[in-house]
Design a protein. Structure first.
Length: 367
């Protein structure tokens, strides 16, 4: 069994691909998998899973003026040849694509070779790329039922977004030790996604001295923001006796994230599909702060769907103030009945078997 994985280079694409890859390997230990994408940094992540990864040049499909437009156009023929070369020599049985601009060339070339393609749409509002690539695919798999209407009914399946089940089935024996946490204060987990969330970081900092008087904070801020956030946190908390209640991370490893989900009493996050389905699987109440500039407003729509399910509260807009976040956290954690209802709604929303179902679809397409 040879499977080609492809998609954009962010964690929102990479970790769902890894979740599906693990299920494929469970089904067939001799399975050969290859990832092709635009991000060189993905090589290390896939390498840890024993999966080969190669990077190709891939221009973005910009629907706005940019001086990089010409550069993007020039990348396409080079990327086409790179993708053609790798696919020709690997010759997979099936291609599984998570979308994003980096998946276009591999999917089109697979279609030229008559290799069956499955694409997965994470968000409630489909991305521009997946709308195009649906025409090159045998099956379209979606996370949200609301996005199924954008694709042909006869080849669309709703599964949820694939998550790494190990985040919840292989939690370290002492999560507090992993993260250096020992207090009895309620734990607030703040996630910014693989890239970090500038708005959430800026929202937290002014309120941090007040937060750590009553909560212990686990904050994943993004690697590119880490150094600056360290400096700001030092200035904000320099004279605070409770500064040990704030734990700042650029990125959370699988064990760290599993520990954080286990310990958290409430989660604050962006509203990407990957984050929502992981939070749902954790069964914890959450506050979502959608990224307003996300393509097609998909984070706003994702957040609204999850809120309507009763699992989250949403803070939207560019003028959110720190006291608004603090007040909302206080109101949820201060009402055990409300928090329990949100936790129950989260578990009902979750689709922990999504990766397994997608692996089944991939294998079925081979025969």
């Amino acid at each position: 069994m040879r499977i080609l994985l492809t998609g954009g280079g962010s964690g929102g694409h990479v970790f769902p691909l890894i979740a599906v890859a693990r299920k494929l390997i469970q089904r067939d230990e001799a399975a050969e998998l290859l990832f092709i994408g635009p991000d060189k940094s993905s090589k290390e992540t896939f390498g840890k899973e024993g999966i080969n990864a190669v990077s190709i040049l891939s221009g973005k499909f910009r629907r706005y003026f940019s001086p990089f437009f010409i550069v993007d156009v020039l990348k396409l023929p080079i990327g086409f040849l790179q993708a053609y070369w790798h696919i020709f020599w690997f010759m997979p049985d099936v291609v599984f694509s998570k979308g994003g601009y980096g998946s276009v060339l591999p999917v089109v070339i697979a279609w030229l070779f008559r290799i069956p393609v499955i694409i997965h749409e994470s968000d409630s509002v489909p991305g521009f790329t997946n709308k195009i690539l649906a025409g090159f695919s045998r099956h379209v798999i979606v996370s949200f039922p609301e996005s199924a209407k954008f694709f042909p009914e006869n080849k669309t399946v709703v599964t949820g977004n694939p998550i790494r089940e190990e985040l919840f089935t292989k939690v370290p024996k002492d999560p507090g030790y992993v993260l250096g946490i020992s207090s009895e204060n309620p734990k607030v987990l703040i996630l910014g996604g693989s890239q970090g969330a500038k708005q959430i970081n800026e929202l937290l900092m002014p309120a941090l001295p007040d937060f750590i008087k009553k909560y212990e904070i686990i904050h994943q801020c993004g690697e590119k923001n880490f150094t600056n956030m360290q400096k700001i946190a030092f200035l904000e908390l320099e004279s605070s006796e409770e500064k040990k209640m704030y734990h700042l991370y650029p990125f959370l490893s699988q064990d760290q994230l599993a520990s954080a989900y286990a310990l958290a009493d409430i989660i604050v996050s962006r509203a990407g599909s990957g984050a929502i389905f992981e939070i749902a699987a954790s069964g914890k109440p959450s506050i979502l702060i959608p990224y307003m500039a996300a393509a097609g407003g998909h984070q706003m729509k994702n957040a609204q769907i999850y809120k309507d399910a009763g699992a989250a509260r949403v803070l939207r807009g560019r003028n959110i103030m720190p006291h608004m976040l603090e007040s909302l956290i206080d109101s949820i954690l201060g009402n055990k009945e409300k928090a329990a209802e949100m936790s129950s709604a989260a578990r009902n929303f979750s689709k922990p078997d999504a990766a397994g179902k997608i692996a089944e679809e991939i294998v079925r397409l081979m025969y």
